[in-house]
Design a binder for this molecule. Sequence first.
Ligand code: ATP
Ligand code: MG
Length: 414
Amino acid sequence: MKQTNLFTKTRREAPKDEVAKNAQLLIRAGFIHKEMAGAYSFLPLGLRTLNKIVNIIREEMNSIGGQELHLTALQDKQKWEASDRWSDKVVDNWFKTTLKNGSEVGLGFTHEEPITSLMKDHIRSFRDLPVAAYQFQTKFRNEERAKSGILRGREFLMKDLYSFNLDEKAHQEFYEKAKQAYIRIFDRLGLGNDTYVTFAGGGSFSKYSHEFQTLSEAGEDTIYVHEGKRIAVNKEVFNDEVLADLGLSKSDMVEKKAIEVGNIFSLGTRFSDTLGLAYKDAEGKSNPVVMGSYGIGPSRLMGTIVERWSDEKGLIWPDSVSPFAVHLVALFDAAGIVKKAADELYIKLCSQKDANGRPIDVLYDDRDCGAGEKFSDSDLIGIPKRYVISAKTLADSSVEVKDRLTGKVEMMKI
Ligand code: ATP
Ligand code: MG
C-alpha cells in the first residue's frame, strides 16, 4: 500500500481524556478511533492487525476441530430466562432494548444460551458428539469502568468456542487440547514469555477454571506467579487450601499485575440441563451433554501487545501481527531518481513471497515530506522492518534496513 493512498493521519497528541497507553499510541498512529469511552473503531492499519490476530486464533481453533459459525448479537429473552441469566440482578452488564411490539431483546455479552439451544436441532444421539463450534463476534457489556482503552470495551471482539461432549472424561480431554491451543496462540502473538496459565474460580462444575494472564502494569487483575513452574493463581482464589491443593508454597509465589487475555471454563451440564440439550446413548437412554466454553479477546489482545511491545517512539509489532511486514521509506531527491528507484523496488518487493509462501505486505512511504517526519511516523506505526531508500543508499545500490525492535541498522543490496 502506498502511504499517499492511506487516508489515516498520524498525530502528535492523543485525546486529552485518553489515559491508557494502548489507546494513546494506537490513536496517534491511526490504528483506531475513539467513538466514546469504551467504544473504538478500527481503521485500516488497526483492522489489518486485528485480522492477523483473528487468523492466528482461527488456525488454532480449526486445529483442534473447531467449526466456525456466526451467531446473532440480538438475544432472545426466553432462552436467557430458562438459564436464569436474563435478570439484571443476576447479570449486571446487559445492554437491552425493546422491539416495536414492546418485547425485550438483549445484545449478547456471551453466547452459551443461544448455542446450547441451537444445538438441540443438531445433537440427538451419541453419534452426533463431540462438537466444538466457535465464532468471532462483537460482544456488548455495560462495563462500569472503561478507562483501559481497547483492553476493556463496552463493545469488543471475542472469540468464543463452545464444546459439547458425551461425558466428563471426553470433556476433560478436549479441555486440555484447548488449553494447549491457547498456549500456542499467545506464543504466536509474541506474548508467550509473559503469559501464565492461571488457576481461577471454577463455578459449580469444576474446582478451577483457567485464565491466561499476561503480565502488565496496565492489567486490572492481581495474580501470584510461580516462575519455575510457569503457572499462576488468581488473587481471587489465592488461599492456603488452594495452594495445598496445587502443591504450591506461598513463599515461591510473586504478586504481579496482569491482563486476562483468555479464559477456559468447564460448564458441566449447567446449560444443557436448563435449556434441554440431551443425547440418546447406545441403550437409548437420555443424557445431558457436557459443555465447556473458551473465550479470548482479539481486541484486548491487540491492546495487550501494545502495552508489551512499544517504546517512547511508538508501536513495535511482532512480525506475526504487524499490519505490514516492511515499511519502505523513500527520501526523494529533486531529480526524481529516488522516486523512480523506489517505485520499482516497491513493485519488486510486493511480488516476493515470505517463508510461508504468502506475499510480502509492504507499506510504501511515497509522501512528499521531510525525512524527520517520515522516520518519526515510521517509528510510531511500528512495522518491524524499515527499508530506507535515498540518493545515498542508491549510490551503493542498497537500502538501509533498520530493525524497529533492536534499532540495528545494516545495508542490503537492492
Ligand atoms: P474481565 O474479568 O477482565 O472482565 P471476564 O472474565 O469478564 O474478563 P470473559 O467473560 O471470560 O471475561 O471473556 C472472555 C475474554 O474476552 C476475556 O478473557 C478477555 O480476553 C475478553 N474480554 C472480556 N471482557 C472484555 C472487554 N470488556 N473488552 C475487551 N475484551 C474483553
Ligand atoms: Mg468482565
